[in-house]
Design a protein around this ligand. Sequence first.
Ligand SMILES: [Fe+2]
Length: 237
Amino acid sequence: MKKQLIKRVQRLPKGMCLFGVIGLALLFIGCGKVGEKPSITQEPLPYKMDALKPYISDQTMRVHYGKHYTGYVDKANQLLKGGAFEDKTAEEIIVLTAGKEEHTAIFNNVAQAWNHAFFWKCLKPDGGKVDGKLADLIIKSFGSFDTFKQNFLEAAKSQFGSGWTWLVLDGEKLKIITTANADTPIAHGLKPLFTVDVWEHAYYLDYQNRRADFVNDVLDHLADWDFVAFQLKSTEK
Ligand SMILES: [Fe+2]
């Protein structure tokens, strides 16, 4: 009796190991393949949720980043799972699905995920200061920084409904454009350098209907011109 008990105790670690292996295998089956990555990854916010106060509140950021952006990333990955675009980059998917009615849902969610990831990087606390080559190019393209700012504000105000206002590189010069809903310059072969999200969810809690005030505050206090300069430099051969 005593010997049997000792044998059982000696066998216990082996049994526990077996259960452990089965448990781990079930965990991996439940989570998909080991090492499997979603097609569209959620970019971490490059600053704290409350870092852009008082111009963008942490309440807005929690809803905008945590709900809207996360929603686009999750939906994009649901739509892409097991499909023809699963192994493509977001930029490739945008180009391949733009203007194709059968891929509207994929385009909208992937483009919105891309636009938002880009937008977070266009902002920083204590931003708004531009200098160097970029300042020279803005003056060359628009006449002065004030003219650029007024044109950007006018474009943002004139975008009917939801969309984005962009600074893009068009040949040797800079250009301001707007896109509606999820549309994005990379779907049109343009190089985006800077953007402001003008969907109401970007500003309504802080500014209600005052879109121009929101865009003005972004340009004066939050625009990360170092990021824009880096985007511009990446186009140099
Ligand atoms: Fe947004």
